[in-house]
Design a protein around this ligand. Sequence first.
Ligand SMILES: Nc1ncnc2c1ncn2[C@@H]1O[C@H](COP(=O)(O)OP(=O)(O)OP(=O)(O)O)[C@@H](O)[C@H]1O
Ligand SMILES: [Mg+2]
Length: 301
Amino acid sequence: MNDADFDALASAVDERVQALPEGCDPARLFGVRLRPNGFFLVPFWSGVERLVYFVLFPALLFRSLAQSPLALSDAGPKRIASVGGTPRIDLEDVNLFLPDGTPTVETKHLVLAEGESVVLSGPSGSGKSTLFRAIAGIWPFGAGEIRSTSVTRIMVVPAKPYIPISTLRAAVTYPAVPGTYSDDDIRGVLADVHLGDLVNELNREEVWSQRLSSGEQQRVALARALLMRPDWLFLDESTSAVDEKLEAELYATLARRLPKTTIMSIGHRSAVVRLHQRHLEMRPEGDHFTVGDSAEMVAAK
Ligand SMILES: Nc1ncnc2c1ncn2[C@@H]1O[C@H](COP(=O)(O)OP(=O)(O)OP(=O)(O)O)[C@@H](O)[C@H]1O
Ligand SMILES: [Mg+2]
């Protein structure tokens, strides 16, 4: 390496180090320093510095985590893998909170059976999306137990899906690694969700979230679900931007193409409720909401 190369490398290292907050200097953290005349790593710490970094900092960090009401490792309802029996998801005494500890959703006992098609409705802000996140294991504030078979693959499709700035191929297959799905499969699922006009644009790089309408973006997310074939598919108002006729066709396509997938939806419109066998409702109870079968369904039984 000549002097010019070394200078370039040294200034690149300096930029990185300066961008870090004080106390995060990697050279200090690892107890080594790059010598300007070569690449020897030499220890430079004094005994006091070692005491601070290896004893005092870890001790303070441990103390603050131990005092935290929700350490991440055991945050949220306990997720328990059940063995044998019919695949289903059981929620037992699940209480969900907001990050500040305010209670939001409570379910004493709720069973979602494999193959059952369930729709959840209720007032805006009652905690429907939060409940879906908790079932998928991505809501860390709560208590209780959620049991499902350990091999269960759960996919949540939000109303506003993330669409990366990329080729259409990568946008449809996100977040899978490139090459996971063949172009023929990708074209097939695009046609299934009524985006057949796009099948010749797989290589086109575009800000797809600006070019596609909201309903088209929702259909890209459904195309992902068709490719990924989860065991449980949670549709969180995933068809809210498409017209009711197309919505019914999309649900029929999902049922036909994913016969082994259990679909659970959140929906406000009566049209989406009619596309499901079971209707759950969020009901206000004191300062939170509970989940139960809808009044009409219970009366009909
Ligand atoms: N990350 C968060 N931090 C703080 N509060 C949150 C967070 N996520 C959701 N909430 C709050 O939790 C409550 C329930 O939100 P949630 O999104 O589950 O409602 P929802 O029933 O899905 O409503 P909508 O029908 O409008 O989608 C709301 O009051 C919301 O503001
Ligand atoms: Mg919601």
